[in-house]
Design a protein. Structure first.
Length: 215
């Protein structure tokens, strides 16, 4: 019996299109080129940062972020706000809580992501990031921490994400029930991988409540 549902952030709750489009504009790369190469990284299993190296060899992303913050201190830059939420998010989270489930957000995110999510006043019980835990998926310790903060057994937790490598396999390995959502480059591509058979696959978060907590 599922008692808690834990959500990844990027491309699970947050549509990252605007973030990558702003990165392209900042670096002087056509948006379509950057978004297309990011898709290529997803298809070939390469790290996301390789997309920038491929398009701009030698680019220093850390240095660029510092410079960007100085140039545009009031802009979103590589951050997100409520306008980036997928349209099913608030509705789905609220529906899960109405059925008595604990709802938690915990994903690989930088420090500022926690406050950004908290400002959205989402219907959740808690929000955590990899930065505050100093742990990143797919590290098994991340999922041990998820179980700890959820306060229930691993087998009573459903972990929802868009990637087989970062979400489905480590969540399954921790004894949780993984859900793969088909959206974003990784979500669509990873749903075709044989390893997706370890998970429930959904096209929308709206499907979750009836699947894991039927009335």
């Amino acid at each position: 019996m599922i008692k808690a549902v834990v959500f990844d952030v990027g491309e699970t709750l947050i549509d990252e299109t605007r973030i990558w489009s702003r990165w392209a504009d900042r670096l002087g790369i056509p948006r379509f080129a950057l978004l297309g190469v990011i898709g290529g990284m997803a298809a070939t299993g390469r790290p996301l940062t390789d997309a920038f190296e491929l398009l701009l060899p030698g680019v220093d992303l850390d240095k660029e972020q510092v410079s960007w913050a100085m140039d545009e201190p009031e802009s979103l830059r590589n951050n997100f706000d409520a306008d980036d939420l997928y349209p099913d998010v608030r509705r789905a989270l609220a529906g899960l809580r109405e059925r008595g489930l604990k709802v938690i957000i915990a994903g690989n995110q930088p420090p500022q992501a926690k406050s950004a999510l908290e400002k959205m006043k989402l219907p959740v019980d808690a929000i955590y990031t990899s930065a505050e835990w100093d742990l990143e998926k797919p590290d098994p310790k991340f999922f041990l921490k998820v179980a700890e903060v959820a306060g229930v057994g691993a087998g009573e937790i459903c972990y929802v994400g868009d990637r087989v490598d970062n979400d489905v396999l480590p969540a399954s390995g921790a004894g949780m029930i993984p859900v793969l959502i088909r959206r974003g480059p990784w979500g669509y591509l990873h749903a075709e991988l044989p390893q997706s058979a370890y998970s429930i696959v959904v096209d929308s978060l709206d499907a979750l409540a009836d699947l894991i907590a039927p009335v």
